[in-house]
Design a protein around this ligand. Structure first.
Ligand code: GLU
Length: 482
């Protein structure tokens, strides 16, 4: 049987990390077995609808490479793939259940339902519906419908026994039927509830594996009862534990935690984020950690999913991001870094490729660029103690001596080019009988004005050019002599 999974986001805004992880696992469950990955937009809750949210969904799938096989934008044999466009389909199924005695019309007013909550309170703001409308006669129902009284359709739950289902991740889950509320299937505006639409749609779209957050675990028995009532086969359920911010709190955009878009804006690479989130709840049989999407597809097995919640660790993601940056093909990397350099540096005559090459091993995120390259534009103010470095065996006196010695050599260098600069400095080190660091540390300091810099003295001199290099050495000498 062909595996069919679906990503069924509600268009409510940003892309939550947990939702993206769900999409990734859905994609992998299907693709690791040559199946189909379907996109379905669940927009039946019009109050939560956010303008532009559907585009975020499309863009994210495109950026991450989670290419769907069917969906609103590309069609497929089981459309429409937007729930609001399927609105006309659901009532027929609700009526089928009414005829089978598995659902019923409910004409209760909001006031009546609110009063039920109050009287049932016990400190819990939720009450089971008291089945007031289950007792209506056929004539009463007919009269109510004819006079246009607003209604909902409710599922009639069994009151005895229990309902059990097997979840791929959580194992066997049972609930007492007496705990189940007669949930609403069709709302008074004619729209189905999520609880009804997801069952009808998953069935009609031939979904074999329903993958979603564990917050849906407790509702799943109700969905299974719907499948049974229709006489349909229920899909395999794969519920995923939440992604946590720490041991107690779920990761939540509402509480200021990063969404996928935020991470990209903070300079994380799409591939690194996807690799990292793949491991938030799944582990491979070997202990490898770095995978491309294709490799994940090959290695993924459903048995590697875990039911313990994982903590989103930004430090680990940052490490992974720097590994991705280091391993990137230079041209691909440069295409990402160039705009950041362009934004950070006023001096456009600098060789951005050379600067980018120096940065590649040092960047943790793409947003680190600005803070690392600022000194190329302008030498910052700095103090003479920067020249003093224990390991390099430099003192203020040695630094001054080295800068004074290299100035004429560099001024007289016939060509300004990295090897020539290097060779001349090494010859000078030998001539003066000093250690490399005693020449190069002062030079690097004079050129950067910073305690650390991407690249050493020779690379910085090469990039800054002769004139700027000479000026900065002169400034260093002035400072050390003062
Ligand atoms: N629309 C639901 C959500 O965004 C999807 C749940 C499901 O996958 O069934 O949470």
């Amino acid at each position: 049987m062909e595996i069919r999974t679906r990503f069924a986001p509600s268009p409510t805004g940003y892309m939550h990390i947990g939702n993206l992880r769900t999409a990734l696992y859905e994609y992998l469950i299907a693709k690791s077995k040559g199946g189909k990955f379907i996109l379905r937009i669940e927009d039946t809750d019009q109050e939560r609808y956010v303008e532009g949210a559907v585009d975020i969904i499309y863009n994210t799938l495109k950026m991450t490479g989670l290419k769907h096989d069917e969906g609103p934008d590309i069609g497929g044999d089981y459309g429409p793939y937007i729930q609001s466009e399927r609105q006309g389909m659901y009532m027929k199924y609700a009526q089928e259940l009414i005829e089978k005695g598995q659902a019923y019309y409910c004409f209760c007013t909001k006031e009546r339902l609110d009063s039920l909550k109050e009287s049932n309170c016990d400190g819990v703001a939720f009450a089971h519906y008291d089945r007031h409308c289950l007792g209506l006669s056929d004539q009463e129902i007919k009269a109510n419908l004819e006079s246009g009284i607003p209604y909902v359709v409710r599922q009639k739950m069994p009151k005895e026994g229990s309902t059990t289902f097997d979840d791929v991740v959580y194992g066997s889950i049972s609930v007492e039927n007496s705990e189940l509320d007669d949930q609403i299937l069709i709302k008074s505006d004619g729209m189905p509830t999520y609880n009804f639409a997801n069952v009808v749609d998953d069935h009609l779209m031939n979904i074999t594996h329903v993958v979603r957050g564990s917050e849906y675990l407790s509702s799943t028995p109700k969905y299974n009862l719907l499948y049974d009532a229709f006489g349909w086969n229920a899909p395999s359920y794969v519920h995923l534990p939440p992604v946590m911010k720490d041991a107690q709190h779920k990761l939540s955009k509402r509480n200021g935690d990063a969404s996928f878009e935020d991470l990209i804006a903070k300079g994380y690479l799409v591939d690194a984020v996807m690799n990292y989130i793949a491991l938030l709840g799944w582990s491979p049989s070997d202990n490898t950690e770095i995978f491309s999407l294709e490799e994940l597809q090959q290695k993924f097995t459903i048995s590697g999913l875990s039911k313990s919640p994982s903590i989103f660790d930004i430090v680990k993601l940052t490490w992974m991001n720097s590994e991705y940056i280091k391993a990137m093909d230079f041209d691909k990397y440069f295409a990402l870094v160039q705009p950041k350099l362009d934004e950070a540096l006023k001096n456009k005559s600098l060789d951005f490729k050379k600067i980018a090459a120096l940065l590649q091993k040092r960047l943790e995120t793409l947003n680190d660029v600005a803070g690392l390259v600022d000194f190329f534009d302008q030498l910052p103010e700095y103090e003479t103690d920067l020249y003093v470095h224990k390991k390099m065996k430099t003192t203020v006196e040695i630094a001054l001596d080295s800068l004074k010695a290299c100035l004429p050599v560099l001024e007289a260098l016939p060509v300004w080019e990295e090897t020539a600069i290097h060779d001349s400095m090494m010859a000078l080190v030998v001539e003066k009988g000093i250690k490399n660091g005693q020449m190069l540390w002062p030079l690097r300091t004079a050129l950067s004005g910073k305690p650390t810099s991407p690249g050493g003295a020779i690379e910085l001199a090469d990039i800054l050019g002769r004139e700027e290099t000479i000026n900065r050495i002169k400034k260093g000498i002035e400072l050390l002599e003062a």
